[in-house]
Design a binder for this molecule. Structure first.
Ligand code: BGC
Length: 766
């Protein structure tokens, strides 16, 4: 070790901990009166004294050390996140870095985070590497950037990425292991690329079937949302296979986003505090318990307050009551939305003050650095204190330190064969197999014999985009030519499964009444044993999917009617992000499958289901409504009526499961005890099959009116042919209580009904 360096280090760690405050910090001098050798050594000494660079020191100590070295400008920069489109050459999401721009944003404005982009794995590595190099080597303190992505159904902005089923599909599996595996695969396919931060999972409870983001949720039930969301979080954040990297998940969108009164995205919600605590808080709480590191705020307004400006929600509820201590990020350009969308602030400055006061740590400002300028002004005017800024910056620095960004800032290209690997495809296929729901199977039409002659038609018959849905390489779903090369269309998958000669493809233009394609379709139908019709929705995201009428697209409906008119059995496959109403068409379909957006393995899994190679085991995590105007969740109140075409939890199998012998360890439970319920499930079929067992409780009388029933526990397992299996549920007071408007649990003595399958039993709370 060099003499100067040894001398300096000899001063000891204590002097390191007491580093000079930011104001007194000088930029390291390039020249020294004692010569270049001296200058170099002084720099080494300075570096060696930086506690924040010492991996053995606890993260909060490192973060504090770094914070007190930072200028106000540097701190505010850390609170700012910009979109890739602001740093690419053509202003698109394509990964061609504008090096002047990135240098300006990082070295002059001290921007600490960026998000989004689309391209190949190799391009991702090059892109993040280049910007990270500027942050680490060209800035005074070398603070790495943290890069955020919407990897919401796999590594979905990477050309080679494995597109997993969307969340609503994952929820159909009622199998948390599938969500955890999804998290693991997403981590493996993104960590090496420099995706440090994933804006997933969505924990909004899908209470409005009109809302165009329903498919991004895990459905309408809070327990399913929380269980699947926290399983994903653990699978993602705890994935050891990405070492030395670590990544952060993001609980979004806090809170009350998913029940807009009009059904339109980002339109107002009015949710009483009691209902908020009972139905919307639990998934977030479960994700916090799973250790989720960050959170994104709801862009909408709740009870008359834009959530970004709500101190009641972001500080009162989130920080004080729920004790969330991770980084809180705005949604895209949302501070400005308080001015432009909500008309709740006169200008950006007023909105910024309101958001910071409410509890925001980082602004996804996206396209400009006005946030930085305004923050500086607000501090100079004494409206925001540096202490308040320190709180947020400390959280951001701690996150960067915990993720190991100071030790491993750069992406790597030596394991890119893991992106889109055969194993990950198999895993996506396994997920797809459990993530679709057989809604109807009249006269056991399915499974079909191997020599059945099929005619497949409709918008998703020979099209990958309509299977993968939105957030696939592009926000609205990439064009067909850019869809994953390793993905089969339904037509191809059916050919593989039933033999080329047995499968005909009809032109999707047959949807149009009077078209030549329709005439041809009728001719083809004469040569088929069954017609497989694909119908539903073309991909949409957020407000692009706003709609006024839940009825099925008239062209799709027309095609179904034409197929029914041929007299051949019709199998309807629904590729859709929310349940489009099919009530009038349903009686004429012999079999119906909810396919949703099942990802890269979707078509193969469907073909296997039609042939019987895969036994369907999915159940609906939402209510399939019968009417466009009356849409309710299964946990409606007694004074409402459940008008479902297919209820929550519905899902057929090729096996027949019977439930028997529901019993309780006691018919009375006291407020501190527990009782155990047991039920026997028998597989009466000829094949092994999986069954998800759903346990519902109903509080028979409640001061605050109680849901008709509510899911309190679920478990899925495979049962062999002719075999029985016992499932149990330990009922505790927490399953019987409900929160009041302050979130305090209320436990009311009285009777409860437990339902599982077709079995029911009552017990009493003392
Ligand atoms: C969406 C978020 C997403 C963000 C960044 C917003 O429009 O609401 O869910 O994470 O964009 O892409």
């Amino acid at each position: 070790m060099n003499h100067f360096l040894r001398l300096a280090l000899g001063v000891g760690l204590f002097s390191c901990l007491a580093a000079a405050p930011a104001a007194a910090q000088q930029k390291p001098k390039k020249t020294s009166p004692l010569g270049p050798q001296h200058a170099k050594v002084m720099q080494q000494i300075d570096k060696a004294r930086r506690v924040y660079l010492m991996p053995q020191v606890p993260a909060d100590v490192r973060a504090k050390d770094l914070l007190q070295r930072m200028t106000l400008d540097e701190k505010i920069g850390q609170m700012t996140q910009l979109c890739a489109s602001s740093i690419t050459l053509d202003g698109s999401k394509k990964l061609d870095l504008n090096t002047d721009k990135i240098r300006e944003y990082i070295t002059q404005h001290h921007v600490g985070s960026f998000l989004s982009g689309t391209g190949t794995a190799q391009r991702w590595v090059t892109f993040v590497n280049a910007m990270q190099k500027v942050a680490v080597t060209e800035t005074r303190l070398g603070i790495p950037i943290i890069f955020g992505m919407d990897n919401v159904h796999g590594s979905d902005y990477v050309d080679e990425g494995t597109m997993l089923p969307h969340n609503l599909n994952l929820a159909c599996s009622f199998n948390p292991a599938i969500a955890a595996e999804g998290g693991r695969i997403t981590a493996i396919e993104s960590a090496d690329l420099g995706h440090h931060w994933n804006f997933a999972p969505v924990l909004d409870v899908g209470r409005s079937v009109y809302w165009p983001r329903l498919y991004e949720t895990f459905g309408e039930d809070p327990l399913v949302c929380g269980t699947m969301g926290s399983a994903f979080t653990r699978g993602f954040q705890e994935c050891k296979e990405v070492a030395p990297y670590k990544q952060a998940a993001c609980a979004k969108h806090f809170i009350g986003y998913s029940q807009p009164m009009s059904g339109y995205d980002r339109s107002p919600s009015e949710i009483p505090d009691q209902a908020l605590h009972e139905f919307f808080v639990p998934p977030f709480r479960m994700a916090f318990d799973a250790g989720i590191k960050t959170l994104m705020v709801n862009s909408g307004e709740l009870n008359g307050e834009p959530v970004h400006g709500s101190k009641k929600l972001l500080t009162g509820l989130l920080r004080d009551k729920m004790k969330f201590d991770g980084v809180v990020l705005t949604d895209i350009k949302d501070i400005m939305k308080m001015v432009e969308m909500h008309a709740a602030a006169h200008n950006e400055k007023e909105a910024t003050l309101r958001a910071i006061d409410a509890g925001i740590d980082m602004s996804m400002a996206c396209s400009d650095v006005n946030f930085i300028k305004i923050m500086k002004e607000l501090v100079a005017e004494g409206k925001i204190t540096e202490e308040r800024i320190n709180e947020s910056v400390l959280r951001i620095l701690k996150l960067k330190i915990e993720l190991g960004l100071f030790e491993n800032p750069y992406p790597r290209a030596d394991r890119l064969d893991r992106v889109g690997s055969k194993e990950n495809y198999e895993s996506a296929l396994a997920a797809a197999r459990e993530s679709m729901v057989l809604l109807k199977n009249e006269g056991s039409l399915l499974p079909l014999a191997k020599n059945t002659k099929l005619l497949v038609v409709g918008f998703a018959a020979n099209n990958r985009r309509n299977i993968n849905g939105a957030w696939t390489l592009e926000w609205l779903g990439a064009p067909e030519s850019r869809q994953p090369a390793n993905m089969k269309t339904l037509f191809q998958a059916l050919q593989d499964e039933f033999g080329q000669a047995n499968v005909q493809l009809a032109d999707s233009a047959a949807e149009t009444p009077g078209s030549p394609a329709l005439a041809k379709f009728k001719e083809q139908a004469a040569r088929a044993d069954v017609i497989v019709v694909t119908a539903g929705e073309t991909p949409y995201s957020e407000f692009k999917g706003n709609m006024n009428d839940l009825s099925l697209d008239p062209h799709h409906a027309n095609l179904i009617r034409e197929a029914q008119a041929t007299g051949k059995p019709v199998i309807l496959l629904l590729f859709e992000g929310r349940p489009r109403v099919i009530t009038g068409l349903e009686p004429g379909c012999r079999a119906i499958l909810f396919a949703g957006h099942p990802g890269v393995g979707g078509a193969v899994a469907l073909a296997e289901m039609l042939s019987g190679k895969t036994v369907p085991s999915g159940k609906l995590p939402f209510t399939y409504p019968s009417h466009v105007g009356h849409t309710v969740t299964y946990y409606h109140k007694a004074s409402d009526k459940y008008t479902a075409l297919y209820p929550f939890g519905h899902g057929l199998s090729y096996s027949l499961f019977t439930y028997s012998n529901l019993s309780l360890s006691d018919s009375v439970i006291n407020s501190k005890g527990s009782i155990t319920a047991t039920v026997t499930v028998t597989n009466n079929g000829k094949q092994a099959a999986k069954e998800a067992v759903l346990w519902f409780l109903k509080d028979e009388v409640g001061f605050i009116t109680r849901p008709a029933k509510i899911l309190r526990h679920f478990e899925k397992a495979e049962i062999g042919p002719g075999q029985k299996r016992s499932y149990t549920f330990t009922i505790k007071p927490e399953h019987l209580s409900y929160p009041d408007e302050k979130g305090t649990p209320q436990l009311e003595p009285g009777h409860y009904t437990l339902t599982v399958g077709d079995q029911k039993i009552r017990f009493r709370l003392k």
